[in-house]
Design a protein around this ligand. Sequence first.
Ligand code: HEM
Length: 455
Amino acid sequence: MFGSAVSRWTMLHFGAAISCFLLAQLAMISGLAFPAAPLLAPLTLATVHLLTIGWLTILMLGALHQFVPVITAQGAVARTSALVSVLAILAGLGGMEAGFVALDGVLPAPTILALPAGGALVLGGVVTAAASLGRTLWQTRPLPFPARFVAVGLVFLFAALGLGMLLGLAFSSPDLVRWSGAFTDGLRLHLLAGLIGWFTLTAIGVSYRLLSMFTLAPEERGRLGTAVLVLSAGGLAATWLLGVGEAIGAPVTGGVVTIAAAVTGLGIVLYLLDMLRLYRARRRQKLELNTRMTLPALAALAISIMGVGYAYASDFAEPVVGAVGYLFLFGWLSGLGLSQLYKIVPFLTWLERYGSLLGKQPVPRVQDLVDERRDRPWFALYFAAVAAGAVFAALGWTMLFRVAVLGHLVATLMIVRALWLVRQGAPRAAAPLVRPPSLKAGTQSLFAANPTTTE
Ligand code: HEM
């Protein structure tokens, strides 16, 4: 019964995403990408898209296939469409990578066509996933608070992909997109839609649900939560539309764009304050490792926001922009991703393995599938290495930066090993079995309060 509540292809998404994450880190260590190469060098672009599409987008879609039916209390989880979607995204990403490498002159020039063609396939895969997620969200109006961020995030994902396609065509077939004029120079809009709109707004929504649940804090966020949603999503939509206006030659003054961007930033700052409020209001005092490790990720978001201000003041100097982008991708988004995987993978495994035994016999607790004491130092190494890497990138110390990346690659590998052991292994031998009350059949229980997850 509980098996049916588990999204069948979510683990495949996670495995594919982690493989891309490891590959991207290897590329950085080998000196193919920033800071050894310029930020917009073809191989840096190839590495960045391994991270943004291969790692983060696939990870988030995999999690959403499980998460959206839960927060909307709808029964259906995506089945074949989730498999088709992830395969199309992976195939498309392969094409995009070939196109970027061809831009570097390593592959024959016509291969550059694989860049927009791959982008189109990625778009097709995302449309397939979003159709299923969107249907579930649509059936749940009015949307629960966290799901509103997810819905806005999906809209921005399409904006990022659409502009990515145009940028790709501008490289491979400029004649085809001459009509699009200034849009082919729309990198800023592409980044805003992808990094803030898709990743950050979705992560904010998901974190509201997960953190209130894992800390036993109130999920209702009141006026502050509404302000976070309105300011971050509204401010970003305004910034983006004003950018589009600028691109088509509308009379947009720079000051208005700055105000809209500042409003977006204010929304994110309020989110960070709300997270502090949530931690203070928590009823669970002893937090699990995945929840504790959300704190350095949130700190990385806070420092990145300040870093954007500093980058603005330094006239967007490349080392500063690169360091902020690196901290944002590895500290905030990847740090949050890894820490949540450390809970989601055991939880899904537990549901698959013990869901049907609930109420019939004693079972281990979810957290007994992992060994927090063993894994804690690897999370510490991960975040320490990212912090050092950001400093080295800002200072332009390329060799030390690569050493720092090696540090977080080792940490990632050890965390992945822990997840692999969860999938393969038995619970910790010394862990006591507990007899939780049976969960209501049909309740989609991943991320729902569960007696076996409490200390
Ligand atoms: C979730 C989706 C995406 C995200 C978050 C994303 C993110 C990014 C980022 C961060 C950069 C800047 C990289 C750097 O400075 O080194 C970038 C550039 C670029 N992206 Fe994407 N991207 C996405 C999808 C796509 C797609 C589907 C394509 C289609 C081929 C694409 C094509 C490009 C191109 C061509 C550039 C370089 C533009 C230039 O140098 O002017 N992106 N993207």
